[in-house]
Design a protein around this ligand. Structure first.
Ligand code: GAL
Length: 485
């Protein structure tokens, strides 16, 4: 599949062979720093702790021995904050729209569009900066990453303040290697400094008045996308990890270093997205480290990508639940030549598989029908359901790739989603008694109401012992809520 080979291509291209010098971080960074535009949050920012002394200097130890080397044994085990990320993140990210051409102006434009186009009201809340936001080198004294002063004249915290004023949250990006994919400073071996820096930037000056951690509201949450480029050779995985447990792999440990740093250095919940491209069996351990994890290489705005990621993700949906989301990558609605039906499938599948949904286009250029798709309240409600965390999964025996029938349950009832992978309109059928979520209801009900989640209207009432059929346009997805009549 093309996206898997892209992930492998990344591995081959970006792995650096130079060993990284161990940095004595502890004590090198004073507790109260004020980088470009920082709030002064000394009182709420914890000092760097002994956590920084974790076994970086022992990184050449062989962790493939059954006894586990020191690196694996000393790796942080802190899990993601349970104060954020219960349901998949909804927001916007700069990468698919602008690549490296980002700026405060573009970020603020996206944030304002989110408000004026009704996206914020629909539940979108993150405005996430991707790669290329910093200077090429760290501050020589503090070792902090320095925001690019041309792209971000008010620093990241200055941009964050304006985003927060709109009632939205900010996201930042870094990398579990020596450099980001575009060659900017990475966080490997600087995890504590960077976690503390991001923490400071995400906090409104306003919030320093709160003294109790529980008073630090969700407003202060930031999102960290953590990428996987430029990994020194001694941090890659060439063999099966100890005990065949990928949580103990070098890859997992690089991400665990940052999860540990976030737990130790931050005063408010930070949502952690592991941008690990579906490597290192991340679906087996991702939930122990972050809130979501990329399942494959980068999205492209075409039907082949959408089909291939639905197909792959359909095999790993048992990893998805509250605080635990397979990331199918950022949205391409508004990019490329996807038909409106393909865009509906793109959005519906990301909702019913409970992937994060990060819009990736110039929002101001979206058409009314595109906005209608991405603000569909019933699909978003399925994605954001706070009573049932599991996604829709494959229904019955599918004969297509990707599968076409999925079913799931929300607090409203049972749902069936039908993707037409064919290039022509097709009539799709399912029997009500084949839908797992209806088996209990069926004992009590002799008929069901089928409700179309796209139109918000009931289709009709049908005998529970019968079948439902619907014509689905090429590459479109039908979405239904089914409840006892
Ligand atoms: C890739 C990542 C993309 C984007 C890019 C930035 O590794 O998958 O989503 O973040 O890096 O350079």
């Amino acid at each position: 599949m093309s996206f898997l080979s892209e992930a492998m291509r990344y591995d081959l291209l970006v792995v650096q062979t130079a060993a990284v010098a161990a940095i004595a971080q502890a004590g090198a960074w004073a507790q109260c720093l004020s980088g470009v535009g920082d709030c002064h949050v000394c009182s709420s920012t914890p000092a760097l702790t002994a956590h920084t002394a974790h076994a970086f200097t022992h990184q050449n130890l062989d962790i493939t021995t059954p006894a586990l080397g020191n690196v694996a044994a000393a790796a942080p085990t802190a899990g993601p904050s349970k104060k954020t990320g219960k349901t998949p993140a909804l927001g916007w990210n700069s990468w698919n729209a602008y690549r490296c051409n980002i700026s405060e102006t573009r970020l603020l434009a996206a944030a304002n569009d989110m408000v004026s186009l009704g996206l914020k009201d629909a539940g979108y809340e993150y405005v996430n900066i991707d790669d290329c936001w910093s200077e090429m080198i760290r501050d020589p004294t503090t070792k902090r990453i320095v925001p690019d002063s041309v792209k971000f004249p008010n620093g990241i915290s200055g941009a964050a303040d304006q985003i927060h004023d709109l009632g939205l949250k900010i996201g930042i990006y870094s990398d579990a290697g020596t450099m980001t994919c575009a060659g900017y400073p990475g966080s490997l071996e600087f995890e504590d400094i960077d976690a503390a820096t991001f923490n400071d930037w995400g906090i409104d000056c306003e919030l320093t008045k709160y003294s109790q951690p529980e008073e630090v509201t969700e407003k202060a949450v930031i999102d960290l996308k953590y990428d996987n480029c430029n990994v020194p050779s001694n941090w890659t995985d060439t063999e099966t990890p100890p005990h065949d447990n990928w949580y103990l792999s070098n890859s997992a440990i690089r991400f665990r270093q940052m999860a540990g740093a976030l737990a130790a250095q931050t005063t408010h919940p930070i949502q952690l997205d592991l941008c690990i491209w579906g490597t290192a069996h991340v679906w087996d351990w991702g939930a122990k480290v972050g809130h979501s994890w990329r399942m494959a290489g980068d999205s492209t705005p075409d039907w082949n990508y959408i089909k291939s990621i639905i197909s792959f993700n359909a095999q790993h949906l048992d990893a998805v639940d509250f605080f635990s989301h397979n990331d199918m990558d950022m949205m391409e609605i508004g990019n490329g030549n996807l038909t409106i039906e393909e865009q509906r499938t793109h959005f519906a599948a990301w909702c019913f598989m409970k992937s994060p949904i990060l819009l990736g286009t110039d929002l101001g250029l979206l058409s009314a029908s595109q906005i209608q798709i991405i603000t569909n309240s019933e699909l978003l409600a399925f994605s954001q359901d706070t009573t049932i965390g599991t996604p829709a999964t494959i229904l019955g025996k599918n004969t297509t790739d990707p599968p076409e029938f999925f079913s799931g349950t929300s607090e409203k009832g049972a749902h069936v989603f039908i993707v037409n992978t064919a290039n022509s309109t097709e009539t799709k059928r399912f029997a009500f008694d084949s839908v797992p979520g209806l088996s209990d209801a069926k004992r009590k009900a002799s008929s069901f109401v089928v409700h179309d989640m796209w139109t918000g209207k009931d289709v009709g009432t049908f005998r529970a012992s019968g079948e439902f059929s619907v014509a689905v346009a090429p590459h479109d997805t039908a979405a239904f809520l089914i409840t006892p009549a």
